[in-house]
Design a protein around this ligand. Structure first.
Ligand code: AMP
Length: 494
């Protein structure tokens, strides 16, 4: 890799911290650029291996030895971000954010080497539907790698930024579909007179490439069981090979009508070795993933309903994430948006899917650093925000889709006589898949004037989200003017 000789000093870099691959970017002469890693590759696999001697291997080399050293290797860690899942490596349990921190540290190092300067600040992209815990975990990961996060930017929004800055069109009404390794993010964005306006976000953290792989894996497991009376899932090494080859078959099926999986000596039985040799056609694959396609369609239509737009509002579709290369995904989008087939140019194919998110992160970094000062960016909250009342029910104060900055105040009171303290429990509601879940964002206590009957005190609770997406929740007893508040940074949306 060559060190850059340019004098230009980027103030903030962009990082696409992907499930499968990660990229680093920056703005140079008003355009986003990708920073190659130490091997000269523009993408770095998000894979970490820690050897028994403590040596850390990150990226391509970690991925290459994953089959042999599956117990020392972690891939797809992004899918576990925000959970307490433990990765036992080299005698110690690592949290997902620690593994991500190692990846970020390597990306930072690559960036520093290429740019010939220290890097302190970054815009990091996250799936639009990352909840508070997942965003918080990403912030922790960055902190561990010595990166100050200037903004967590939603991946599809990043792709829209990259598209709009890369095309010469003065306006666009975009649908961005980002289907990666583990998540589906759907975003509607308007770009007009250099102003970006996010209209709605939707999607699911439970649909992505791994789900398509699983359909193939299950299909082959069943087929193998029927023809050889042997359960390949019981043999760890065989299963690992099946997982890897299933993904390869899926990828092949995006460009050819059929694909063959051939793994000689996949497992050993009492009567000798068994070989796997199976051809799958694209139409069988499409049938296998039909339930996933139906779910994706519903999620897209839900996103339009959120902002009360109809599908004909869209003039351009941007597809990002490796899984959008599956032909059935494009067919699905055309079926939803252009059933008559009158808009041959609807889906913008010129976009470099692997790099769009990273390029958008660089554009955002440029907006924040002032290098792209003429562009304005308006984002919206992706989740309902509110508090839990004394019955444990959700009381909404900020609706998903609210534009930053925003502030809402609601009056509350006490639930019991002589209550001297109320606890304000701040929560985020995720409304995806019609089964809302509540995520705890934090809590604080407020003292109220003593000796009052229940329902007598007047307590104003205010939710305020500033332009930096910092949510501040404050509460005040209007009778005593006592107040208390809590600040929650970068937790709302991006
Ligand atoms: P991303 O996180 O955007 O890099 O997406 C990674 C996912 O895209 C993985 O599940 C890959 O298997 C999948 N993928 C990459 N290329 C293709 C392709 N040509 N066809 C289908 N899936 C693909």
């Amino acid at each position: 890799m060559q060190k850059s000789k340019q004098k230009h000093i980027p103030k903030i870099i962009g990082i696409d911290l992907g499930t499968t691959n990660s990229l680093v970017s920056f703005i140079k002469d008003g355009s986003p650029r990708i920073i190659p890693n130490e091997r000269g590759s523009r993408t770095t696999p998000s894979v970490v291996c820690i050897k028994p001697d403590g040596k850390e291997i990150i990226g391509e080399m970690a991925r290459n030895q994953a089959v042999l050293n599956s117990e020392q290797t972690v891939a797809n860690v992004k899918l576990a971000m925000g959970t307490q899942q433990k990765y036992p490596l080299n005698g110690r349990n690592y949290l997902p954010e620690e593994i991500s921190g190692l990846i970020l540290a390597r990306l930072k190092e690559n960036g520093e080497e290429y740019l010939g300067q220290d890097i302190t600040d970054a815009v990091i992209t996250v799936p639009a539907y990352f909840d508070d815990n997942q965003r918080r975990a990403t912030m922790h990961a960055a902190g561990m790698s010595g990166i100050k996060v200037r903004k967590l930017l939603n991946e599809p929004t990043a792709a829209a930024l990259a598209y709009s800055c890369g095309s010469n069109r003065p306006d666009a009404r975009l649908l961005v579909v980002d289907l990666g390794g583990g998540t589906l993010d759907i975003t509607l964005v308007e770009y007009q007179n250099k102003v970006f306006q996010v209209k709605a976000v939707g999607g699911s953290t439970a649909i992505g490439g791994v789900n398509f792989d699983t359909q193939i894996i299950n299909h082959i497991l069943q087929d193998f069981k029927e023809s050889h009376s042997c359960d390949l899932s019981a043999d760890n090494v065989a299963f690992q090979q099946l997982v890897i080859q299933s993904e390869k078959v899926k990828v092949d099926l995006s460009s050819s009508p059929e694909a063959t999986m051939m793994i000689p000596y996949i497992t050993m039985t009492d009567s000798g070795p068994l070989h796997l040799n199976k051809t799958i056609s694209r139409s069988v694959f499409t049938d296998l993933i039909e339930p996933l396609l139906a779910e994706i369609k519903t999620l897209i239509l839900d996103t339009f309903s959120k902002c009360k737009l109809t599908t004909d509002w869209v003039d351009s579709v941007i597809m990002v994430g490796g899984s959008t290369r599956i032909p059935a995904i494009e067919s699905l989008l055309l079926d939803i948006l252009d059933p008559e087939g009158t808009q041959p140019d609807l889906i913008k194919k010129a976009i470099n899917q692997d790099e769009a998110v990273a390029r958008g992160a660089a554009v955002m970094a440029g907006i924040l650093s002032g290098e792209l000062a003429d562009i304005q960016f308006n984002d919206i909250t992706s989740h309902d925000l509110g508090i839990l009342n004394h019955q444990g029910e959700f009381e909404k104060l900020v609706e998903a889709g609210s534009l930053f900055p925003t502030a809402t105040t609601k009056l509350f009171t006490t639930a019991t006589d002589n209550q001297e303290e109320v606890t304000i429990q701040v929560v985020q509601q995720q409304g995806v898949n019609n089964s809302p879940t509540l995520v705890d964002l934090g809590n604080f206590n407020l003292n109220v004037a003593p000796g009052q009957q229940k329902g007598a005190p007047n307590i104003d609770v205010t939710f305020a989200i500033d332009l930096n997406e910092i949510l501040t929740v404050s509460a005040i007893d209007l009778d005593t003017h006592k107040n208390a508040e809590i600040s929650i940074e970068h937790e709302v949306s991006s």
